[in-house]
Design a protein around this ligand. Structure first.
Ligand code: NAI
Ligand code: MG
Length: 395
């Protein structure tokens, strides 16, 4: 059988160590692949005025599957100031390459599983009725629409007159009639039926395939009637093909309150872009946070797998890296599942579980230590030691 080709985009900061450690684990587990490196991130913004060079898009186009570490992003003016002198003042505008990738390849399905590993000291605990501590098992998978909504990028400060005129055809714009345009900031929330249909159907397909008893659509249709209303409508349509799966409907604000009350009750959750972002961080916090959280960005022709964390610049230059590579290992497992290597994925997850439950090798976050080089002297495992332990635990 020919080897798979995986595009690796380590990016910036800790994305580098996370990616190389994930590849080391995949090799040790016997996954046969060719890895092709692709450039992305801050270095290429500074030197080329483009954090997502065309050659990277070409590699993704060709191979269709990528492991992505993390990138560094900065606000527009701070970004422009860091361009090499030859590129200064030439009209280059910084944009996030991950948002760019999602839009370029229409990676509209984001999947973010939040599952607790037994024995993880970072797991959420609550007080039970008898006053004792209770650790609910969390097994939630969030389906986040990944390309539209409030992150769609259709926005203005000081909107042009024709935009303002068009908006003023809406009766509610009367409330803003006295505000001069230069004091108006507008970020739109555009949902399309096609995208709502795709994300809700994928959520139900997944719930069906993996035996979840419910899909919760988490929006706010009582207030954001049009967009949230469309997502809810499409979720109801999607549910018709799956009468054995319940459809629940929660509002984002109430859901944020309930997630620490009864997280074990939820299975698959589906939401628009921003609410999906919020709810997935909320649930990730119950199962270990950024050291554990993985995600997938899936389109019809391309899929990009990335940990939820960023480039963590404050840890990037440590001589011995202290960050937790498990987020990236979970990410690699999502990639394996996507390409049908489910046995390998299960083996790696079993090895991670074993290391977590044994509790002998724990990164600084799992040891609840402050992130600093001294964490290693206080018993925390380094990134490399974490990988070594997971490799040693492979059956
Ligand atoms: P971050 O995720 O890089 O770091 C926040 C904090 O979380 C870290 O200081 C550390 O305490 C902890 N942390 C992160 N990853 C960890 C790991 N694997 N193990 C243990 N602890 C970990 O987010 P921050 O500081 O807000 O952003 C840093 C840079 O990353 C910014 O430039 C931001 O724009 C970018 N970013 C990129 C993302 C991406 O590539 N998808 C996502 C989030 C932020
Ligand atoms: Mg986020």
């Amino acid at each position: 059988m020919s080897k798979r080709t995986i595009v690796t985009m380590p990016g910036d900061g800790i994305g580098n160590i996370a990616t190389s450690e994930a590849v080391r684990l995949l090799d040790a587990a016997g996954f046969e692949a060719n890895y092709v490196h692709a450039d992305i991130g801050w270095e290429f913004w500074k030197s080329e005025g483009n954090p997502l060079p065309q050659r990277t898009l070409d590699l993704l186009e060709e191979h269709g599957i990528a492991l992505f570490g993390a990138i560094t992003s900065k606000p527009r003016d701070a970004a422009a100031a860091e361009l090499v002198p030859a590129l200064q003042g030439k009209g280059h505008v910084y944009y996030s390459p991950i948002v760019g990738l999602r839009q370029h390849f229409n990676l509209d399905i984001s999947i973010r599983p939040c599952r607790s590993f037994p024995g993880n000291p970072l797991n959420f605990v609550r007080r039970g009725a008898d006053g004792g501590l209770d650790e609910p098992k969390v097994d939630v998978v969030i389906f986040r629409q990944n390309t539209e909504g409030l992150y769609g990028g259709v926005e203005w400060t000081n909107p042009p007159k024709h935009v303002r005129d068009a908006l003023e055809t809406h009766p509610k714009m009367k409330n803003f009639a006295d505000t001069p345009s230069e004091d108006l900031a507008i970020s739109t929330r555009i949902f399309t039926r096609n995208a709502c249909r795709r994300i809700t159907r994928r959520a139900f397909e997944y719930a069906d395939k993996f035996g979840y008893k419910s899909v919760t659509v988490c929006e706010k249709p009582n207030v954001i009637r049009e967009t949230s209303g469309m997502m809810l409508f499409e979720a109801r349509e999607a549910q018709k093909a799956y009468p054995h799966i319940q459809l629940w409907d929660t509002n984002i604000d109430a859901q944020m309150m309930w997630l620490t009350k009864n997280p074990e009750d939820y299975g698959v959750i589906v939401a628009g872009n921003m609410f999906g972002d919020i709810i997935s961080d909320g649930f990730a916090g119950l199962v270990g946070g950024l050291g554990f959280a993985a995600s997938a960005n899936i389109g019809d022709t391309c899929a990009v797998f990335e940990p939820t964390h960023g480039s963590a610049p404050k840890y990037a230059d440590y001589e011995v890296s202290i960050v937790n590579p498990i987020a990236m290992f979970n990410t690699a497992c999502m990639m394996l599942d996507h390409i049908g290597e489910t046995d390998l994925s299960k083996r790696i997850t079993a090895a991670v579980s074993k290391v977590v439950i044994e509790g002998k090798v724990r990164s600084y976050d799992m040891s609840k230590l402050r992130g600093s080089p001294a964490a290693l002297d206080n018993g925390a495992a380094s990134t490399i030691q974490m990988t070594d332990a997971v490799i040693a635990a492979l059956d």
